[in-house]
Design a protein around this ligand. Sequence first.
Ligand code: NDP
Length: 458
Amino acid sequence: MTKIQSSAFLGDLLMKVKARDPQEAEFHQSIAEVFSSILPVLEVHSEYVSSGILERLVEPERVLMFRVPWVDDAGHVQVNRGYRIEMNSAVGPYKGGLRFHPSVSIGILKFLAFEQVFKNALTTLQMGGGKGGADFDPKGKTDGEVMRFCQSFMTELARHIGPNTDIPGGDIGVGGREIGYLFGQYRRIRNQFNGVLTGKALNWGGSLLRPEATGYGCVYFAREMLAAHSDQLDGKTCLVSGSGNVAQYTLEKLVHLGAKPVTVSDSQGFIYDADGIDQEKIEWIMELKNNRRARISQYVEKFPKAEYVAADPRLPYNPLWSIRADCAFPCATQNEIAAEDATQLIENGIVLVCEGSNMPTTPDAVRIIIEASVLYGPAKAANAGGVATSGLEMAQNRLGLSWARSDIDAQLQAVMKSIHETCYFTAERYGSPNNLLAGANIAAFVRVADAMLDQGVI
Ligand code: NDP
């Protein structure tokens, strides 16, 4: 196919997807991003088009939606909506997290599941892609309420998942506490103790380093990005957004590698600590967010030299990204770096943007960053350390063994290095040197598309 024919084909397909489900903007955004990278592949591999690979990739293999009734502490019946998107299982059973957040919808989960297919393919492990969750907000709920919600959610989900079928894990709003309640109910209903969920606690099948893996992996990826340009993290000032799982361990690994993180945030505002957020402060943040489940604004009460800036939803930009720094690590949520933020980062001399959260950078912002030759680490590559370590948790569960922390850390570093090399050399081979987004999309697409070709039209 010529470039013009491929481009017209992808444009038409995206229009059809939009016409079919017009309200799924984030899903359309994630498809458009992948399509923008794979033109050079279709030019030489027209079989992907003639076999309907693209049409099948953008349609989930299965979408589950179900009622989740539960009783709150006041005795009132509450009803939430639960989902599981089983997107693609060509290279392995569905694998991807569960998100509990009021913004959860089919469109958000289809975007996350679509991204997950490519991310998992990059790890080279046998994991297809899926994602799920509910529009339930664990914030402000008691442990008892969260437990009853999780039990009701799993009562339905249990019939659709299994250690060789679909293996959910955590995401926003789903941490160790929620995974525990979900696993307990699965075990009770199915009368089986197996590796159906990842992110489990250590004493009942979890893996060392799984909580740390996404954040650590993201920083290891950034280290590779800089090393490819004879640079290093040591001494770099870094912006980090979010204060949940991914942000906490991104902060920690940055400190381990000699960098100086100066920001942290939650949905209500951000902290700027010009002295740097060191290990002692990180441990305080972990206690605040994981045990006390309180707001990041309290940081300034404990460390009064820092500043707190409340979020202002009327602004078209996020002032966190206007602080002068060398590297940026968005670790909160999707579309948190807009075009205005990207321009500001570049004006302030940023050298690297490495994504811990999924699709944190809007398409315009990505274009601005890449055109300015700032190093850009796309989420599906940079945050794949979490799911790669979930793959290691699944392997340990199958074997009935627990591997040492040092072994898992060595494997995590090797996976991130290998993903970076794959993206770097694939980008070069397909005519987009240094464009890791193109490299990630092409390498992952080819792996999944080849598996689909081998397995026939299903
Ligand atoms: P957590 O729930 O632990 O933390 C999420 C953080 O982001 C919190 O600080 C939260 O603030 C903030 N946040 C959430 N929504 C918004 C919003 N709309 N605006 C501003 N801030 C917001 O989630 P994780 O750390 O696990 O996940 C963060 C990101 O990383 C997500 O994009 C997730 O998909 C991605 N990811 C996570 C992986 C994992 O292993 N956990 C693996 C790969 C990707 P508040 O407390 O106020 O809600």
